[in-house]
Design a protein around this ligand. Sequence first.
Ligand code: SF4
Ligand code: SF4
Length: 318
Amino acid sequence: MLDTAPRLFPGSFPAIARGHLSTLQVNLGYLCNQQCQHCHVDAGPRRTEIMGRETIGEVIRLLRTGLVETLDLTGGAPEMNPHFRELVQAARGQNLTVIDRCNLTILNEPGQEDLAGFLAGQQVQIVASLPCYLQENVDTQRGKGVYDGSIEGLHKLNALGYGKAGTGLELNLVYNPVGPYLPPDQQALENDYRQRLAQQGIAFTHLLTLANMPIKRFGSMLISTGQFDGYMDLLKTSHQDANLESVMCRSLVSVDWQGYVYDCDFNQMLDMPMRENGARLHLSQLDLEKLPGRAIAVADHCYGCTAGQGSSCGGALT
Ligand code: SF4
Ligand code: SF4
């Protein structure tokens, strides 16, 4: 895989600082039942890095401080971590909002037959990738058979009340472009998705549009196809200063599978950790009350968050 990191530094992105913390986003490991073309964490079935019990205990300790409102679980497929359910129950026991970044096909894997019921029982919000409502585009980006598996997963969730008004069970879908271009208008695309998926009897709460980051597998593809510079030009010329106010790193801390902390998941993938006196900062040393005002580590990949309507793990910013 070709590394884009040397092309992103030192960069011209404006300096920004952290605000009020709301979310702890925890990467439970790179193990995944899929191996998608655009994956920014390079996850897959052969990855062995997963968060161990001791680090899960550190996460639970932070959740108990009362300084975090939302636990956002990601991976890989976070549900493949053997401690996933224990962590969810601990967070829900603190009355925190829990988000599971679910790839949908995991719901059909052997051994995960009761997963959808568990998530519904715990009132976990689901954020699920479905980069298109067309089979061909989904299978091209995420692998053959992923579209059918995703539709099957969505039917399971809908049957439990996910995505239906009045149940409180949020099911948000995520779109990201197949190629090196920016996502279209989020609301207009949500309307298209709703219409097309309703034809298959599928309901969902909202559609979140995300820009592709010029890092990891997607970045490597850009370099190998000669499209890297063109994509970076697009991100930079589409930059909107107004989006700087709401980029997700202002309110989120990202934790890797070993417990080291970052300003966001993308910085985690670029190995740009938060540092204290030059040393990388671990969850066990993190003082959440000292975070507001702290400088955020930025480089040119950050234009992926501020281009056009903006992009974050919660969708468009504007
Ligand atoms: S499902 Fe998600 S984590 Fe797994 S390979 Fe695809 S993009 Fe990566
Ligand atoms: S990539 Fe986005 S979220 Fe991460 S530090 Fe840069 S602007 Fe913030």
